[in-house]
Design a protein around this ligand. Structure first.
Ligand code: DCT
Ligand code: MG
Length: 399
């Protein structure tokens, strides 16, 4: 079975395979282990037939290292591992010898050492050590809850809390509204969203937006625009053909979803966009556009081929995370590029713009430092033209 999906929890699979008596894991290749993590989470038995061709790619190991660096607030190292993982992901096949990594960009000495170890022993001891670490496990578990970031997770860990049950039973802990929703819908929203489910949501959002404003512009962004089969949420950009007419639209959309009885959670953030404050230097921060983070109820009969279900789940619906972002139309192209991602692709494109072209860009604008002026961008293509790059299709932006 060669379903390609991303998952970063190869560690469990390694140990499980070893428990199954498989000695030589270096021969094992995993292209998709989402079935495995799903089954483990659900407590379903896992069977692997010998014809399954499994490949645990090096970037799973690097992702663990990146995450662990993030938990240790080592942002530089975290980015370095993510960048290396993304370089490996972009390769057409897995690295089979150290020679194959020669000449590749962004592979630092730490990464090289990890790859070497995996090639030699079929595993990386540092990665396994991290995966067994109590703090790593707790932080990973806690940050998997919607609304819980590394800081909160660390606070809970320091209080001696290790499980959801302990958190929920600790009277001194006050969950905010987002975290309460995160726990309430945990099972649903930690499950991946399929392409068919994303498509169904697109229909719902489209109908709602167009019911309010028939000529509004709606785009599916995020991983699904990049052609991914699975995602953790569904992202949309909404705007209007004329500047200024987008004001108030999002609140209307939220009301309408509420009236339909499908809004399970909503956090609305008004715009803080101020064109006079551009160009911004803080590229990694959240953009200033009006947006909302939602949890929406999606029904079985709305999805072609039905919902992805947990075994024993007899409900006719599941909860899904949806983000709606409303840039003014003159910021649409930069916003679309930013929200299409991937995070790593956009980060690297910004770095290229800065370093090679003396240009700054974020979700709001593209600025030429040499000419000291903003460059006009109506489409994504315009941005690539200004950067002197060939257009990169969304499905090529997955690295
Ligand atoms: N993004 C952004 N500003 C934010 C959050 C996200 O510009 N504050 C960008 C980065 C990628 C894109 O929006 C979508 O974000 P995610 O949904 O987190 O990523 P994804 O690529 O859609 O991945 P997933 O499949 O996990 O949803
Ligand atoms: Mg997404």
């Amino acid at each position: 079975t060669h379903v390609v999906a991303e998952d970063n929890q190869a560690g469990g699979l390694w140990s499980w395979l070893r428990e199954q008596g498989l000695r030589d894991i270096s021969k094992v290749q995993v292209l998709d282990i989402s079935w495995f993590t799903e089954s483990m989470r659900e407590g379903r038995p896992v069977t692997v037939e010998s014809r399954h061709h499994i490949q645990v790619r090096d970037f799973d190991a690097l992702e663990v290292l990146a995450e662990s660096s993030e938990f240790n607030e080592n942002e530089g190292r975290c980015l370095a591992f993510r960048r290396a993982a993304s370089v490996l992901k972009s390769l057409p096949s897995a690295v089979r010898s150290l020679g194959a990594t020669q000449g590749l960009p962004c592979l630092g000495e730490h990464t090289e050492a990890v790859i070497e170890e995996i090639l030699q022993f079929g595993r990386c001891f540092k990665v396994e050590e991290i995966q067994c670490d109590e703090r790593y496990q707790a932080l990973k578990l806690f940050t998997s809850v919607f609304g819980v970031g590394p800081k909160t997770a660390e606070k809970w860990y320091r209080r001696g809390l290790r499980s959801f049950k302990e958190i929920l039973n600790e009277p001194a802990i006050q969950l905010n509204k987002m975290q309460r929703a995160g726990f309430l819908y945990y099972r649903d929203i930690s499950k991946t969203v399929s392409k068919a489910e994303a498509q169904a949501l697109r229909c719902i959002i489209e109908e709602t937006v167009h019911w309010i404003m028939p000529d509004a512009i709606l785009a599916l962004t995020g991983g699904f625009r990049r052609g991914k089969e699975y995602g953790h949420d569904v992202d949309f950009l909404v705007t209007t053909p004329e500047l200024g007419r987008e004001e108030g639209l999002l609140l209307h959309v939220i009301d309408r979803l509420q009236d339909q009885g499908i809004l399970l959670y909503c956090e609305h953030q008004g715009t803080t966009f101020d064109a006079t404050k551009l160009p911004s230097c803080n590229f990694e921060a959240m953009d200033h556009f009006e947006k909302c983070f939602l949890i929406v109820r999606l029904y079985e009969d709305q999805v072609e081929g039905g919902l992805q279900r947990n075994p024993g789940d007899s409900r006719a619906w599941r909860a899904i995370r949806v983000d709606l972002v409303v840039p003014p139309v003159d910021r649409y192209a930069t916003a679309l590029l930013g929200w299409t991602g991937s995070r790593q692709f956009v980060r690297d494109l910004r770095r290229f713009a800065r370093k090679e072209r003396r240009m700054l860009f974020d979700n709001h604008a593209l600025y030429d430092k040499t000419k000291k002026m903003f460059l006009s961008t109506t489409t994504e293509e315009d941005i690539f033209v200004h950067l002197g790059l060939e257009y990169v299709e969304p499905w090529q932006r997955n690295a």
